[in-house]
Each structure stands twice: as structure tokens, then as C-alpha cells.
Design a protein around this ligand. Structure first.
Ligand SMILES: [Zn+2]
Length: 284
């Protein structure tokens, strides 16, 4: 499969490229290698910083980072050193970038009713990276970039290399929303990854389906990333509950963290002016 992808960068004429691109897209070829994914991380981070405001408050970032580290350690050896960031955005969402870059919205932290829910969201995003879903999506975008270039060349509008490389995609097409538009199977895999890893990290895996209840109460999904509309949160809630019921019994698992989450939520409210859905002024 990788041989086909390499050929695409050099082979002409265009007819051959177009046929090969179609085969590549449908075959799902072109998943990035680990080194390719690592090369993209800095460019992706720069693009995110251009498009979003990241929280710089160390107390908040360290809190999320600590939860993320517990999840990653529990997941076992990983090819990436994960990095956890907080996006100043009141919507409930989280997303993953290349090479273990995980972003959690302040809206998600505020909406979490306990730390196991927050750990559930983070573990789901780690699952997308660990299962190479982000790399697959990036690969598909690279293939689409080649197809686009081929189409433009076919129209006689542009001369130049057909070889769209991954680095160009980081600034041209590397939108978090596109990269986090996962299919039904990938979402199921990430949920499954999360509920298996959470007990090993010391968190109650019921935090994930419990957070789906919040999503449903908030009116359902409205975009890509964690709020993926397929499968519906209600279906994911049922599936994850069934998976958890079949897990071997674990020892004492953490659902709350002794008031730390509430302190972080108050800090976010102070710094951003956002408030928790559980606050009196946000209750419906
Ligand atoms: Zn997802």
C-alpha cells in the first residue's frame, strides 16, 4: 500500500494519478507513519494557536495534564509523548492532533460532574491517537490534497508538483475538525479503548457514559471531535455501559478527586467568565 502512495508522488500522466488516487482514497491507504506524524505536531500546534485561544494558567493546564498522564501510563507503551492543552472555548468538546496532542475545551471541564467524566473524555481522545485514527485521517487528507492538485492540473490552471506532502497539509488542510471527523467504527474503538484503560488509570469507567448523559442533556452533538454525531451519544451510552458491565471487577476506582475539579472549575469561571452548567445562572 505504501508503495502505491510513493508512486503517486512521481507518476504521470494525470490519468494514472487520478485512477491511483481514487484507489488510494477508497482503500484507506496513506496512513501516516509515526515519524511523519511527529513531524506534523509543531505545525499543527501553530495552526491551533492561530485559530484558538489556549489557556496558559498553569494550575488548570497541570490539572488536565495530570489526568492525561495517568491515562497514557495506563494505556501502556506509546510511540508518542502526549501533550495535553486546554482551549478557552465554552462549548463542550475535545479533540486530538497528530503525535499525541490532545485539546480539551474549558466548556468540557465546566460541564464535567466529576473527574471520572473528564478522564473519560480524555481517554477517548487518547484512544483516537493510540488507535492511529488521527494518522488515518491525515493520510486521507493527504490523498485528497493530491486529488485536488491533480484536478487543478487537469484543468490546465496550475503547473507544478503533484506531490502534496504532509507538511503542506498542516497549514493548508490541517483543521482539527477535519482531522477529528472519525467514522462510526473509530468512535466505537475510542470509546472501547477508554472504558478498558480508565480502570487501569484508577478512574471509574462509568465516567464516559455518564458524560454522554450530559451531552444528551445539553441538546446533543453539533460538530466533529468528541461530539461526533455518529454514533449518537445515546447509542454510545448504551454500548459503553454494556462493555463496562462485562469488564472484570476492579478495586476502588476514583469518581471524584476530593474537590479538586470544583476548584479548577471555579478558577476557569474566574479567568474566562464562563460558568458551569451546574451553576445557578446556567440551570434551565
Ligand atoms: Zn471521538
Amino acid at each position: 500500500m505504501r508503495r502505491l502512495c510513493s508512486e503517486l508522488r512521481v507518476r504521470r500522466p494525470l490519468g494514472c494519478v487520478a485512477i491511483a488516487v481514487a484507489a488510494l482514497v477508497t482503500a484507506g491507504c496513506a496512513t501516516l507513519t509515526v515519524p511523519e506524524e511527529q513531524q506534523l505536531a509543531d505545525q499543527f500546534e501553530a495552526e491551533i494557536r492561530r485559530q484558538h485561544r489556549l489557556v496558559t494558567d498553569r494550575v488548570i493546564v497541570r490539572y488536565i495534564d495530570a489526568i492525561g498522564r495517568r491515562v497514557v501510563v495506563a494505556a501502556g507503551p506509546q510511540p508518542f509523548s502526549y501533550e495535553f492543552s486546554v482551549v478557552d472555548d465554552p462549548t463542550i468538546n475535545a479533540f486530538a492532533g497528530p503525535a499525541g496532542m490532545i485539546y480539551v475545551h474549558t466548556g468540557t471541564i465546566l460541564a464535567a460532574r466529576n473527574v471520572s467524566e473528564l478522564a473519560g473524555v480524555i481517554a477517548h481522545e487518547v484512544g483516537h491517537v493510540a488507535e492511529r485514527h488521527v494518522a488515518e485521517n491525515y493520510g486521507k487528507q493527504r490523498a485528497a490534497g493530491i486529488a485536488h492538485t491533480a484536478a487543478v492540473l487537469g484543468g490546465g490552471l496550475l503547473g507544478g508538483s503533484v506531490g502534496a506532502n504532509a507538511a503542506n497539509l498542516a497549514t493548508g488542510l490541517g483543521l482539527a475538525g477535519v482531522l477529528n471527523s472519525f467514522g462510526r467504527e473509530a468512535e466505537r474503538e475510542a470509546d472501547d479503548f477508554a472504558v478498558h484503560v480508565l480502570p487501569r488509570a484508577g478512574y471509574d469507567p462509568n465516567g464516559l457514559p455518564s458524560f454522554f448523559e450530559t451531552l444528551i442533556a445539553e441538546g446533543g452533538p453539533s460538530g466533529p471531535a468528541f461530539l461526533s454525531s455518529h454514533p449518537a451519544p445515546r447509542d454510545r451510552l448504551v454500548t459503553t455501559r454494556e462493555t463496562i458491565a462485562a469488564l472484570p471487577p476492579s478495586g476502588a476506582l476514583r469518581r471524584d478527586d476530593g474537590g479538586k475539579l470544583e476548584i479548577i472549575q471555579r478558577r476557569i469561571a474566574l479567568l474566562t467568565g464562563e460558568s458551569s452548567p451546574r451553576s445557578p445562572d446556567r440551570r434551565r
